[in-house]
Every structure is written in C-alpha cells, then in structure tokens.
Write a protein that binds this ligand. Structure first.
Ligand SMILES: Cc1cc2nc3c(=O)[nH]c(=O)nc-3n(C[C@H](O)[C@H](O)[C@H](O)COP(=O)(O)O)c2cc1C
Length: 398
C-alpha cells in the first residue's frame, strides 16, 4: 500500500544513509517529500533528494508559495520522519523551540500523524543528559524513537549513537504504517467534563471513565483506537493515541479536530458531558485566573450548552460515521425514562444509544440495552458483551 512520507533530514554525517532509506521508500511505491535543514544540505545536496523523489526539497518556511507549508505538509503526511536526527534537533524539538520548517511541522503535526525519530550522533552527545531527557520527553509525547547502534562512529570514537541501518529504519517505518493504517479507526471518549468556576474550583460529575477504558482495551484488537479522556479517567493499556480534556469545550474541540482530520468508522461518546456551561458568577464572566473569596455569597448562573454528539456527523470526514451515544437514567417513572431515551435515540445525528440505569453497572457487570431509533436491538449483561456488541455494530454485522 502506498503512503505519503514526509522525510526530514538534519545535519549529521549519517545523512547519506537517509538517501538509501528514501530510495527504498520510493521503490516500495511510497510518495516521499523531503525536507532538509540548512546544516543537512552541508552533507548532502538537494539534487540527490530531488533525483530520488522526483520532487524539490523543502528547506525554508518562508519560501514563496509555501507560506502555509508547515501546516499543509503536517496534514499531508501519513508519517513524519526525522532521519538522521541530530542532537540539536532532538533537544530543540523536545523544548518545542526547534527552528525552521522541521520545528514548525513538529508543532503543527501535534502527534496527529506518527512521528519517527532516528537519532545519529557521537556517543557523548547521545549520552548527554540533555539528549537523554529530550528523547524520553519525545517518547512520552508519542514519538517513535529508533534505537541507535553501537560501534565505531564517524568521529573515530566507539560507542552508542550510530544511526540505525537503512533496512532497520525501513522495517520500523513499515511497522508504524501497518499499525496505524491497517485497522479502521474509531474514537472513544471517556470520563467526565470539568467546567471551571475559578482557578481552583469546578463543576464536574461522577463519571470514572471506566466503561470507555474497557471498550478501548477490548476494541483495540479490531480497531485503531483514538482515546479522548478526562484528566482523571484511567488509561487503557496498549492504546497509543490518547488525548486529554478538561472542560466540555476542550472535549468538543478535540473531537471536531480529530473527526475532521481522520476517517473514523465510529465515535463512541462514552464521556459524561456537562449539559450546562457556567454563564456568570455573581453576574460576572467566570475567570479561571482568579479565586472566589470563600466568605462571599456566590450566585452561579448556568446555561444549557449545545450537545457535542449532535455535531459529530457534521464535522466528520466520513459522512457515514456511526455515532454511538450513552444514556444513563435514574428514574422511577417509566414514561419519563422512555422519553429521555427516545429523545436521544430518535436524534438523526446518533445511530445507536446504549442505555443503562444507575446501579446496574458495577465492575464487569454492565446491564444495558442498545437502541436503534425506538427499538431495543440488543441487551447486554456485562461489559464484555457490551464491547462485543459494539464491535459488531461498527462492523455492520448486526
Ligand atoms: C562533519 C560534521 C558531522 C556532524 N555530525 C553530526 C551528527 O552525526 N550528529 C549530530 O547530532 N550533530 C552532528 N554535527 C553537528 C550538527 O551538524 C550541528 O549541530 C548542526 O547545527 C545541526 O543542525 P540541524 O539539527 O538544524 O540540522 C556534525 C557537524 C559536522 C561539522
């Protein structure tokens, strides 16, 4: 399968190895766009890259006709590669202050696409605490970091820091592309929103995010899961694409950004979103940078916020995206309960609604009914059953 590869080269003596990698990527049918730092061009000329890829190399953020290049290229790519990555580029990326197109693309990408770093440097530079800390930082943000080899370095020293061999880099690129593109993508939200009152207080709910976490862990075997969690919700094991939200506005922004960037088969909105936004406090606009006086009388005015779930289909790249909502009820009045469920399940912006009652979800027990419009199409007793049924719903097997 052909992919779009944004290949960035920095100023290392190992730049010639990058040419081998690029050459093989092109032979394997990938579309490769190269970017070079000014230092990289001291080691290898633009003619080599242009000859290998059939495209002019990009070197400058301010090139005529390329002013928005950093944003466009970050979006164009299926994978962004920094190879070889110098100590300087690694340290400045980790600080968020890398210069030029490489730095701009890194920030604009913001981990929406996989980012592979292939370090190459002298052993002392590699083991320097600044470089080690930066590599850890970049890895914790989700970058893929290639191991360096040990051996005789270009400087004559013996040690770590030697760039991985082209075949190893190609293997890693394949692994990343397969992991990120082989399976259909789904987005799962989990946890409760937090509407700030001031710098230290907020309005939130009791959602733990446990259902979302369970679904993410179960569904990752069939889908490429993007997980959008509240700050306090648990992390699913083995899910790489994780985004965090605090307020309902942040959650809305994250979902819209992701569904407009990526082709998702489904969004499972398991997050408990506040129905209300704080409109005013004592008649004034809420201010997150202040703290209310504990002795003062406080009047909070809340207003209804538009439902995020209503906006997903409209914002989505995939116009046939399946939107799955959750409805938790706590009502003795049967008619009122049914009315609440139907309000959601008859909504044309939602395909399926998982309904459950407070007190019927505990641990792995998860009694629920799945609605399609006004019909209950499935009943589940446990979280595993729920996950299995959601999997079948998304795959269109029900
Ligand atoms: C001959 C030579 C070889 C170099 N090789 C490396 C290298 O392998 N790794 C590295 O981190 N820096 C190396 N440097 C230093 C970088 O080129 C220098 O830090 C440069 O500013 C990096 O810029 P860039 O990261 O923007 O491309 C080398 C410098 C010279 C003169």
């Amino acid at each position: 399968m052909s992919h779009k590869v944004l290949f960035q080269v920095t100023g290392s003596i190992a730049a010639f190895k990058a040419a081998h990698v690029i050459s093989q990527l092109v032979k394997n049918g990938h579309e490769v766009q190269t970017v070079a730092t000014p230092s990289a061009l001291e080691f290898i000329g633009p003619a080599t890259f242009e000859g290998l890829t059939g495209k002019s190399i990009l070197t400058n953020s301010f090139e005529n006709g390329q002013m928005m290049g950093h944003i466009e290229w970050a979006r164009w790519a299926d994978i962004v590669i920094l190879c070889p990555a110098t100590a300087k580029s690694i340290n400045s990326l980790a600080a968020g202050t890398a210069e030029g197109l490489v730095g701009d693309i890194f920030l604009a990408n913001n981990f929406l696409r996989p980012y592979l770093i292939v370090p190459a440097m002298n052993a002392q530079m590699y083991h320097h605490p600044a470089t080690q800390r930066s590599l850890q930082q970049l890895q914790s943000w989700g970058c893929h970091i290639m191991e360096t080899g040990a051996g005789i370095l270009a400087c004559g020293e013996v040690g770590d820091g030697r760039m991985a061999e082209p075949q190893e880099v190609l293997k890693k690129i394949d692994e990343i592309l397969i992991a990120s593109t082989d399976k259909p993508k789904i987005l799962i939200t989990a946890g409760g929103t937090c509407e700030p009152i001031d710098g230290v207080r907020n309005i939130t709910n009791f959602s733990t995010g446990e259902t979302g976490r369970f679904l993410a862990e179960y569904l990752k075997k069939s889908f490429d899961v993007f997980y959008v969690k509240s700050e306090t919700a648990a992390l699913p094991v083995g899910v790489k694409n994780v985004y965090t939200f605090k307020s309902s506005d942040q959650l809305e922004q994250t979902i819209k950004c992701l569904v407009s960037e990526f082709y998702f088969d489904s969004v499972i909105q398991a997050a408990a979103v506040s129905d209300f936004k704080l409109k005013s406090i004592n008649g004034l606009k809420p201010d997150e940078n202040s703290k209310l006086n504990s002795d003062e009388k406080v009047t909070l005015e809340l207003s209804h916020r538009p439902k995020i779930i209503d906006q997903i289909k409209n914002a989505s790249l995939n116009q046939n995206i399946k939107v799955i909502g959750f409805k938790l009820t706590q009502s003795e009045n049967k008619d009122h309960k049914q009315e609440q469920i139907f309000k959601l399940s008859m909504n044309p912006n939602i395909d399926f609604v998982v309904h459950n009652e407070i007190n019927t979800t505990r641990g792995l027990q998860h009694r629920s009914e799945i609605y399609k419009r006004d019909q209950v199409i499935l009943k589940t007793e446990s979280k595993v059953q729920l996950a299995q049924n959601i999997e079948r719903l998304i795959q269109g097997n029900l």
